[in-house]
Design a protein around this ligand. Structure first.
Ligand code: URA
Length: 242
């Protein structure tokens, strides 16, 4: 038996929090009866669950790692017809991205139909380390880099300490390649951090997500996560609360 909201989230319909809201709003039925309590437990594949009148099929959870090219939307559909991350995986399951990378950012993004897993990884209290490589305008001074390292003030508050490494400098072109490791996941955070030190990002790539990297993949390639990798990610989230 599992909690109703967990089963709904796992089905890839929506997040666990939204599932709870749907239950409270009386939009969920179990065996034909509206259920408004959050404590209710159900047996997946046995109890019939309907969300807003549509029965949920509990799909087998699947987990993928995609090397997102730039110029792709981190979504399952786009009203302007632009390429979305799910276009790179021709599979039956209704997968969605775990968090997002900007349209212009390339790099590692996870996709799954397991809402529970996605919510767990995206929760701010689980400090999953993400490594970005940015090509920025100009050559940041030591002081500017220290600001990134200790935290810069953005409109939504000061950033947590970050790791900063200068990979290369092009004096002629006046650009630098900087590796930045952060564990927060605010909207456009890396770009805003570099804007804050007056070195705007020209190109951005996410090279690592926790212990996962892009080794062996080209832009547009995807691979399934190994069961051990999924297990490892779950363990990280469980053992690293703040
Ligand atoms: N930070 C950004 O600015 N953009 C991304 O896509 C990811 C992190």
């Amino acid at each position: 038996m599992e909690r109703l909201q967990k089963v709904i989230a796992q089905a890839g319909i929506t997040s666990r929090r939204k599932a709870e809201q749907l239950i409270i709003e009386g939009k969920v039925k179990v065996n034909g009866q509206v259920v408004r309590e959050l404590g209710v437990k159900v047996t997946p594949n046995k109890d019939e669950i309907e969300v807003e009148g549509v029965p949920i099929d509990r799909e087998e959870p699947v987990y993928y790692l995609l090397y997102k090219p730039s110029g792709v939307i981190s979504s399952v559909s786009d009203d302007k017809g632009r390429t979305v991350v799910t276009d790179f995986l021709e599979i039956e399951q209704r997968i969605f991205p775990v968090g997002r990378l900007d349209y212009d950012t390339s790099g590692l993004i996870l996709l799954t139909n397991d809402g529970e897993f996605a919510n767990m990884l995206m929760h701010p209290k689980f400090k999953i380390e993400k490594v970005y490589v940015a090509k920025v305008k100009g050559i940041p001074s030591r002081e500017a880099l220290k600001k990134l390292q200790y935290g810069v003030m953005l409109e939504d508050g000061k950033t947590a300490p970050a790791k900063v490494k200068v990979m290369s400098i092009d004096k002629k072109k006046q650009t630098s390649i900087i590796q930045l490791t952060i564990h927060e996941g605010r909207n456009r955070q890396v770009r805003r951090m570099f804007d804050a030190i007056d070195h705007p990002v020209l190109k951005l790539k996410r090279e690592q997500y926790s212990f996962l990297n892009l080794r062996g993949l080209n832009p547009g390639d995807a691979r399934t996560l190994k069961p051990i990798e999924v297990k490892h990610l779950r363990e990280l989230a469980v053992t690293k609360p703040s």
